[in-house]
Design a protein around this ligand. Sequence first.
Ligand code: ADP
Length: 405
Amino acid sequence: MAKTATPEQNANNQQVFQLVASLLDAFDRPLVVTDRSGKILFTNFHAQDRLNEKGWSSKPDLNLFTDILHADRRQILTQLEGGEQELNLPVEGSRGKSRARIRWLPEPDWLVVYMEAVPTETPADAAEMRQTVQELMQEREITYRNLLAAYLRLQEANRQKTVFLASAAHELKTPLAVMKGYYDLLLTGSLGKLDDRQREILLESKESCDRLVRLVSMFLNYSALESGKLILQLRENDLRDCIRDITGRWSDAFSRAKVRLELKVHPELPVFKFDYQKVQQCVANFLDNALKHTPPEGCVTLLAQPHFWERRTSEAAPANDRRRGRGGRNNSILVSVSDTGSGIAAEFHQEIFEEFVRVDPSSSGMGLGLAITKRLIQAHRGKVWVDSVMGSGSTFSFLLPINVE
Ligand code: ADP
């Protein structure tokens, strides 16, 4: 039969408990004593303060493991009974993060828990952090400068390469012009009568020579554009002459390739300011591409007509004025070259106007024609674009404003 405590013993125990509790108050940080189940036996003044803050002081069954530490009781006890002096566990408190240092007193089988605030960042830490950030920024600045210097060196090397290639291309111009002149002379028959075979061979050679001339001039134009040396010769010109000239030069190549070249030039194109050679080069680039990509028996149509260009700018005129403008006066000329060739997939419609882009890398060409055309037309304050559906041909167009200064 269990012995029950006498009233004197109970009074004694009560006194001991009060003594322990007031001793614990002497500690300047929160301290909790529990039995091995986690039941709170004593708390000092500071711990009580914390429990009040959390609203826990009124919780009669408050438990160290489940409510305060949120940790596995059995694991903690195993570690402490296995010989660990002290365990350190994190605790989330209302005053920020703190740490619970847990010790085991074997004799009464109690757990003593000290609560400690985890030190927050000190001014010294902040200064150290600032210094590290400054060092990182300096490093980044140095890397950036090095990158910039490397980029400028590369750009200079690239410029020198372009200048070198341009001067080499320039050197080709004279011999090519001489060759072209002799082909023309031979083809007139003034140096002797030609039979059909000889004429055919000469025509083909002349065409290759023309192609080389075009490539050289394309490259020279490109290098001029690259080095910012593009100067437009804006003069009052007749676009019909310009188109007639260029189609005259291309007609042989078209008939030999058995591709029909149709002209739809509006009879009333105004005389306006543009760079004759440059616009001719743009039309030639379109014709060259159309011919390359159109199979025999196909057709290429060159169209030129007045057009009202409704520019989309933030200062656009009110809609009514714009409509009046459309009915009244055309402000640009539309030039387009349509073919019945292979067509171009939509995802390339923007890209082909970039330098060195070719949809089919095995086809002849440098991928420069359209890029140059775009820059030349933009220099005239115009715009260039393509409409195309795979398998149904393409239409390349540009707009030239009539009143460009
Ligand atoms: P390239 O000298 O290679 O012709 P371009 O800049 O003139 O260079 O054209 C870029 C690419 O656009 C060409 O390689 C070709 O793949 C495509 N392309 C241009 N015109 C046509 C066309 N009329 N039909 C089909 N593809 C075209």
